[in-house]
Ligand binder design. Structure first.
Ligand code: ATR
Length: 545
């Protein structure tokens, strides 16, 4: 068997998979696919395989080149008929003046059934073909539960079949690491290849198929219309995941967390990359909570040939894991992130070295400084009240104390406020002085006399939007011009902010911190300033503001 590399000039084709129910429905879906910029359609005729004249018409009238697939139930599809029925349907697909671009046949069926194999070989292009045709054969293998143990044997069998023009393997990703194996399979380039991972963890293989030069990737026309788990829609692929901008040099970023499915960060960062003309793509990267998962996955991605994994936003529950990982790999960690004990940003420098920092506290500092019309230096002498003593409060207390503000912590559980204050009080500040952080009981909030109040509790967050961490009579007593910042951003205007505004305070909504921490990450990755105002609008519109 020859294992020479084939070279490909063709772009990875965006292929809308359509479950065929009727000729009219399928043609209408194909027309919409063409309109939305797809290159190819896959007609899944699993449940339409007996209407032979309609199959011929479907291929003939399709506005886009087509793949004909009749997936049997034993390989995750819906076809329950026999081989004779499939043969008749494939023949019908090739009977009209226009032929399908490809027939997709499962490797196992092709190996097992001589009549099917002979019939398919008569219909597709291969070295021994006597009736010239452009239709190519995709031999495919799917595993909806895991990575098959004999994946490479299956690939070898596809490579060895002379009539097989394209090999396709698809399996349920066990973790993000499986994507890297899919990339390697494409990269070997012995034959045009489709290598995809299914499920949420498999999304990178679907999007980055274009970066690695896979023959095609499958998308759904609409949400819920997909033919396999994890297929994005054509619209998401084109706009959210920057399909048209992807190429072999594209740098890869993402949000690492668990869960990350509803994160706004992919929309935010991809829009930023778009606006800056930066050759990057940003993906949701779900990794289970334990450090071992984090370490193994991030290490595999960093080491993957040709992937250009250059950074990540890191969120719950991995903020501590990021610090540990970067230190173990001999990278650099921003000192204040170390003191906070959490970092949210990974930067992979051009020389491959790692850097971790925390853009959360920096975003909070700058949001408040802007509201006060001062620079960070001006924080010295300011008195800042922080409500809460959890993870969010910790980063903010550390940041303000580091820049010389006096920080007073109020928390429902007073002991936690005392603990947090103790930890950061007397820490070194940027000016070489020592930080001043104290705890005060919640009842004393009414006479705290601070210039700034920052809510770092979850009180007021959707769905409990009628709550506020500050009693209304306390908010009423705030002096006009007092700055009130709520880290809660669902809803955009919390009850706390509403009441503060009514008292004449200057309010800072939580999306300000989200936008700024993200913009800071983008700047660190791209070296360019992202369009903050446009990103602010994007976040506000996604939050319904
Ligand atoms: P995060 O990482 O978002 O800060 P966290 O570490 O769980 O989350 O901290 C949540 C903070 O919100 C805590 O300060 C918590 O107060 P306790 O330390 O007393 O638990 C505060 N919080 C949560 N629900 C609250 C409520 N209903 N009233 C007052 N404070 C509340």
């Amino acid at each position: 068997m020859s294992l020479g590399r084939y070279t490909t000039a063709a772009m990875t084709r965006l292929t809308v998979a359509i479950m065929v129910r009727s000729l009219k429905q399928a043609l209408s879906a194909a027309a919409q696919a063409a309109e939305r910029g797809a290159d190819l359609v896959e007609f899944r005729i699993d449940e339409f395989a007996s209407d032979l004249p309609a199959i011929t018409a479907l291929v003939d009238q399709s506005p886009l080149p087509s793949i004909i697939t009749i997936r049997p139930t034993w390989e995750g599809g819906h076809y329950t008929g026999d081989d004779a029925g499939r043969i008749a349907a494939f023949e019908a697909a090739c009977a009209g003046p226009r032929k399908p671009a490809y027939l997709d046949v499962e490797l196992l069926a092709y190996q097992r059934s001589q009549p099917l194999r002979q019939a398919v070989d008569r219909l597709v292009d291969h070295p021994g073909q006597v009736n010239p045709t452009d239709t190519g054969l995709i031999l495919s293998n799917h595993d909806f539960t895991t990575r098959p143990v004999d994946l490479y044997q299956r690939v070898e069998a596809m490579l060895a079949a002379p009539a097989c023009r394209v090999m396709k393997v698809a399996w349920r990703a066990r973790s993000l690491r499986d994507n890297v194996e899919a990339f390697q399979l494409i990269d070997q380039r012995h034959k045009p290849t489709i290598a995809l991972c299914m499920g949420e963890e498999g999304l990178p293989s679907r999007v980055l198929a274009r970066k690695f030069g896979g023959l095609l990737t499958y998308v759904a026309l609409e949400e819920g219309a997909g033919t396999a788990p994890g297929q994005p829609t054509v619209g998401q692929m084109k706009s959210l995941y920057r399909w048209d901008a992807l190429n072999a040099d594209t740098r890869v970023y993402g949000v690492i967390g668990h869960p990350v499915g509803h994160s706004m960060s992919p929309a935010f960062h991809n829009a930023g990359f778009d606006a800056a003309g930066f050759n990057g793509i940003y993906l949701p990267l779900p990794i289970p909570p334990e450090y071992e998962h984090f370490k193994a996955t991030v290490a595999t991605w960093l080491d993957a040939k040709g992937l250009h994994f250059r950074g990540a936003s890191v969120t719950i529950p991995h903020k501590q894991n990021l610090l540990r990982f970067v230190q173990e790999r001999g990278g650099e960690v921003e000192p204040l992130s170390l003191r906070i004990g959490a970092a949210n940003t990974l930067v992979v420098r051009d020389d491959g070295s790692l850097f971790a920092c925390n853009t959360d506290y920096a975003a909070a500092l700058d949001s408040v400084c802007d509201a006060l019309h001062i620079t960070r230096d001006g924080l010295r002498g300011q008195r800042i009240a922080v409500l809460g003593a959890g993870g969010a409060a910790r980063a903010i207390v550390a940041g303000f104390a580091h820049y010389g503000a006096t920080v007073v912590i109020y928390n429902r559980t007073h002991d936690k406020a005392i603990e947090l204050a103790k930890e950061f009080n007397n820490a070194p500040t940027v000016t070489g002085g020592t930080a001043r952080v104290v705890a005060a009981p919640m009842e004393k909030l009414c006479d705290s006399c601070c210039q700034v109040y920052i809510n770092c509790t979850s009180v007021g967050m959707h769905p409990k939007i009628d709550q506020s961490p500050v009693p209304p009579e306390v908010a009423k007593g705030w002096a006009p011009g007092t700055v009130v910042f709520d880290t809660v951003y669902t809803p955009i205007e919390t009850r706390l902010l509403r009441e503060a505004k009514a008292a004449g305070c200057v309010t800072v909504p939580g999306i300000e911190m989200f936008v700024r921490q993200g913009a800071d990450q983008s700047r660190r990755w791209t070296g360019m300033t992202p369009p903050i105002e446009a990103l602010r609008k994007l976040v506000a519109s996604r939050l319904g503001g």
